[in-house]
Design a protein around this ligand. Structure first.
Ligand code: I22
Length: 221
């Protein structure tokens, strides 16, 4: 499973890259707004940090002509940009129009299997399932939705061989859920990435090995 970071914070992206675990970056208008920076400037900074890894940058227009122009513009910023559009009929028209010309789309705000099918058929490269928000509704359907969507894209033929991307991850358990469901990608906020390194038994084990080493060598800490 690929690990993307879900942030527009440049320091967090640099750190995740240093860890050697980073496969891509996703941003959205809320994350960019939190940083208080210009959208294009920050996306280009991110591209400079991650090189040719995929970077998702989201459109905000809703009218067809404006969205088409915005998607073309964002796609022109760098070859590894994935243009994010929400699941709407208008967005799917834009995906259908531009994806055969080499534009990669990340269709976002996906909450159901039929929505994932529509995105795949239109020509999405990534299909972003929002597990946290599905779990908030208490339906318990998130994991099943992801594994059904993975099976769907691996069973049928679609224009771009889309990958299922798990978004709206709020804690390590949803990362486990993503792995168990066979998701192709999980996009994870920095704080949760950090949490994934830790386990109480790891800390206890590190301390015991070090203490035994000191005892055996007579050295002091
Ligand atoms: O859609 C993608 C990735 O494609 C994400 O950037 C996505 O927007 C975020 O994970 C969500 O907006 C975060 O949602 P939430 O945890 O605030 O509910």
């Amino acid at each position: 499973m690929k690990f993307f970071i879900d942030t527009a914070n440049a320091d967090e992206i640099k750190k995740a890259k240093e860890w050697g675990i980073l496969d891509g970056v996703t941003t959205n208008p809320s994350l960019i707004a939190k940083e208080g920076v210009d959208h294009k400037t920050r996306v280009m900074e991110i591209v400079n940090i991650v090189g040719d890894l995929p970077v998702s940058a989201e459109c905000v227009e809703t009218d067809y002509d404006k969205l088409l122009a915005e998607a073309k513009d964002i796609a022109s910023w760098a070859p590894n940009i994935y243009v994010k559009v929400p699941m709407t009929p208008t967005s799917m028209e834009v995906v259908k129009e531009l994806s055969p010309n080499g534009v990669n789309f990340n269709v976002t705000l996906i909450f159901s299997l039929p929505q994932a099918l529509l995105a795949a058929k239109a020509g999405a490269s990534f299909i972003s399932f929002f597990v946290g928000r599905i779990d908030d509704m208490g339906s318990g359907e998130a994991a099943q939705n992801i594994s059904d969507a993975v099976e769907m894209v691996e069973t049928y033929e679609f224009p771009k061989n889309p990958e299922i991307l798990v978004a709206s991850i709020r804690g390590p358990l949803q990362v486990v859920e993503s792995i168990r469901s066979g998701a192709h990608i999980a996009t994870i906020p920095y704080k949760i990435m950090e949490q994934l390194f830790h386990h109480p038994l790891t800390d206890i084990g590190i301390k015991k090995f070090y203490d035994d080493y000191l005892k055996a060598t007579g050295k002091t800490a």
